[in-house]
Design a protein around this ligand. Sequence first.
Ligand SMILES: [Zn+2]
Length: 153
Amino acid sequence: MKNLEIVDLQSFSTSAPVASSFIAYQIYFKLSVPLTLKIGKMGSRDLPAGDYVYTGSAKRNIRGRVLRHLERAKSLHWHIDYLLSGPGISISKIILSRSSECKLNKSTEGGIIVPRFGSTDCKEGCGSHLKFIDENSRTKRQRETKVRPFRKA
Ligand SMILES: [Zn+2]
């Protein structure tokens, strides 16, 4: 059983049944313009243009939750609602996971731009459940992959 599944956005919104064993999800999206955004009680935050990943969880009806995120017109409840309703957002990828949201979030590379975003009730010290994937960390990762010698233990 695979721990992670990359979901095709098209089929997800039409039919695809989702295994109930998935408990966490990630939404990868691109922000095409820098944004100053009011995020509920957090107040205004500056967000640079670039790639982001948000990690969330839903113990029940994960499909419904993700579909809600994909909808643009909705009431703004979670931090991510404010962001995904903003201008210049395009969602590129959804991942479903059998790991907890914090485990999933921690295993994902990226920088923290908005501390405590989506993680006000996080007990595992993630710092934020929104990560910014900048060019630097991507180039660094590629470089690391390149120089690491292939050797089986
Ligand atoms: Zn966490």
